[in-house]
Design a protein around this ligand. Structure first.
Ligand code: AMP
Length: 460
């Protein structure tokens, strides 16, 4: 399609979608297709395989969900009185939250056409998912490990008639962690199928799998290799390591009307920081890979509903989660990828750069503006200079008023002391009871559900 033709496209009807789906987009308030949708959907409707390089927030879920649903409706129409084919499409995602989110979009788009969609992710009762499979869903969205579990253990479940396979966040799915499960899945699905590969970043592995899995795919790039959107304001602040908490509190106080995500390196840090922030009357909630699935979803919902406006997270939340109204991303710790830290320095750097792009991609989504601030100590400056090189932008310093930060030092130090003490205490109790700890309950018990501040800590 020529640039001129693309320019002329204004509606979902123009890109060839059937009336039911045009109406579905309309009911979700989607007025016009996004760039990736304009690029991808016409090719997909012609039956081509796709490899889409698109940023989070670009509307990429719609870019693969709509053509799949279009094909499903066509199939149904051809079969006349018979019902629509089941187990028609499989969408794989690296994280549970993203899988749930993708399924929510399928359900929202498919509500008018009785679309059935099942989510198969870990951390949720197998039986419940077997019941969902027994209802013969058209679409299955899942994480690779749990999907293999069902392929092995759930009677009557097979994907031998699958028509569409989507790998979302493909670069992450192609990590070693998923290799075995992914191979197992590829071995039991038909070769004669459509395959869509979507990724926010293009890696060598994605290219390799593309060659192995896709038949003459059309490549669509709605993002350059490492781009960040222009509506995102990225800044850094050099801080002494010991004062990081204080600067964090300062920024969150300055931006108190905003929704923010604070990224830390470890699960323990998410808990400690949330304790400290809650202690200072900031409505923070942690989310990390250490928490149970139920708790992770609970935390996410509290954040989405606005009950908490600061989500303190590890990189588990940097990929794919659609939290529409994040105004600010704070890199409390710069990203590092612990899995490869000891082996390959270069890989470490590369993964850490990608993590940065994904983290800051949590804000300034779907055309909105947003800010990202990285708190750096003297050892991290070099890394940040490389980020600037990578995204080809010179990034300014965040203008914190050091005097005001200093005034906060005392109460932040006290909040930290109390939080550490409390965590130690809880840790001891948990160990004695053998309990599973994810931080959230402790915070609520300790500080009160609505984020009441501890009476012992006063802010200046
Ligand atoms: P995604 O990149 O798929 O995670 O989508 C990001 C957000 O954009 C989601 O909340 C979608 O509901 C929304 N979205 C997707 N397509 C459109 C569109 N054409 N117009 C408006 N919003 C959209």
């Amino acid at each position: 399609m020529s640039e001129e033709e693309k320019e002329k496209i204004k509606s979902f009807k123009d890109i060839g979608l059937c009336d039911e789906l045009v109406a579905a987009c309309d009911s979700l308030g989607w007025k016009a297709p996004t760039k990736i949708q304009v690029e991808a959907i016409p090719h997909a409707l012609q039956g081509k395989d796709l490899i889409g390089l698109a940023q989070t927030g670009s509307g990429k879920t719609g870019a693969f969900a709509l053509p799949i649903m279009h094909a499903l409706l066509e199939c149904h129409a051809k079969q006349e009185h018979k019902s629509a084919p089941v187990f028609f499409a499989l969408v794989l995602s690296p994280t549970r939250e993203l899988a749930i989110q993708i399924s929510d979009q399928f359900k929202a788009l498919g509500s008018g056409i009785s679309l059935r969609c099942a989510v198969l992710v870990g951390g949720v009762d197998l039986m419940q998912q077997q019941i969902a499979l027994a209802k013969r869903p058209h679409i299955i969205v899942g994480t690779p490990g749990r999907l293999v579990d069902h392929l092995t253990n759930t009677k009557g479940f097979s994907l031998h008639k699958l028509k569409y396979l989507v790998l979302d966040e493909a670069d992450m799915l192609l990590n070693e962690d998923f290799e075995k499960a992914l191979d197992d899945i590829l071995n039991v699905i038909p070769r004669d199928r459509h395959t869509y590969l979507f990724s926010a970043t293009m890696t060598k592995k994605v290219e390799k799998v593309q060659r192995a899995c896709l038949r003459n795919p059309v490549k669509i790039a709605a993002a350059t290799k490492y781009s960040t959107v222009d509506t995102l304001k990225q800044q850094y602040r050099l801080v002494p390591a010991k004062d990081k908490d204080c600067y964090l509190v300062y920024i969150l106080t300055e931006m108190s009307g905003c929704t923010s995500m604070v990224f830390t390196r470890t699960c323990d840090a998410t808990r400690l920081l949330s304790f400290i922030l809650r202690n200072l009357n900031i409505r923070a909630i942690p989310i990390s890979g250490q928490m149970t699935q139920q708790k992770r979803l609970g935390a996410l919902n509290k954040f989405k509903s606005g009950e908490c406006n600061v989500l303190v997270c590890t990189d588990v939340a940097s990929r794919g989660l659609d939290i529409p109204s994040v105004d600010l991303v704070i890199n409390y710790d710069i990203p590092t990828n612990p899995k490869v830290r000891h082996h390959l320095c270069q890989t470490l750097e590369k993964n850490a750069f990608l993590d940065y792009i994904h983290r800051v991609g949590r804000t300034a989504r779907a055309g909105r503006s947003g800010a990202a601030i990285s708190l750096l100590n003297q050892y991290e400056v070099e890394w940040y200079l490389q980020i600037e090189k990578l995204i080809d932008k010179k990034l300014p310093e965040y203008p914190a008023q050091d005097e005001v930060v200093k005034q906060m030092l005392e109460s932040v130090t006290e909040a930290k002391r109390l939080s550490q003490m409390k965590l130690k205490e809880i840790g001891g109790t948990k160990r004695r009871k053998g309990g599973n700890d994810d931080g959230e309950e402790d915070i609520e018990r300790y500080l009160g559900v609505k984020g009441k501040s501890s009476k012992k800590v006063k802010r200046k």
